[in-house]
Design a protein around this ligand. Sequence first.
Ligand code: PCA
Length: 216
Amino acid sequence: MTNPSPTVLLTGFTPFDGEVLNPSWQAVRAFDGKNIAGHRVMAVELPTEFGAALPALRRALRTVRPRLAIAFGLAGGRAGISLERVAINVIDARIPDNAGAQPIDVPVLRSGPVAYFSTLPIKAMLAALQRSDIPAGISQTAGTYVCNQVFYALMHAARHQRFSAGFVHVPWLPEQATRHAAPGMPLAQMQQAVGIIVRVALTTAGDACLSGGAVA
Ligand code: PCA
């Protein structure tokens, strides 16, 4: 019997804050069951709830046993794809989650380190996205809400289970962007970005050395 293909886990989130769609789930769900660079992709939707997101993430990691895991979330108001650099060990919710919880100034994991860096080749991803004319940048903060919570817990699991992992924020879809008078990105372009991000992660050995920093 041949070994089954190695797997990639992609996650997106349920809608939150009164929206009916979350573009992060719309962007990754199309890849469920697809093959990228010899890897089978599985997509899982995580609840936008502090109490339920990590159990759902851990269930997905146990089922998929990925070689690579990338979580996606919405960062409404950002202009392009945000390749997140760092997850921090704090939750400070600006708004209640979908279960009505609003934790403030608590750690994601009580005994965890202050922060984890993404282990994705984010600079090589940035270069590949730019080559395809997709608006993108490196982000130095994934916020302090459910996305950062999932990013931090994912990196904690990745360190112990030895797979590469990271987090990517996507902007509003065009119809949402218009309502919020903010930048948006068509779903097809987001999906193209997801494909590029996964392929670069699976085919890049070391990261590229390109500036993606911020002065403030
Ligand atoms: N974005 C939120 C949580 C779920 C989502 O898609 C965040 O950035 O924390």
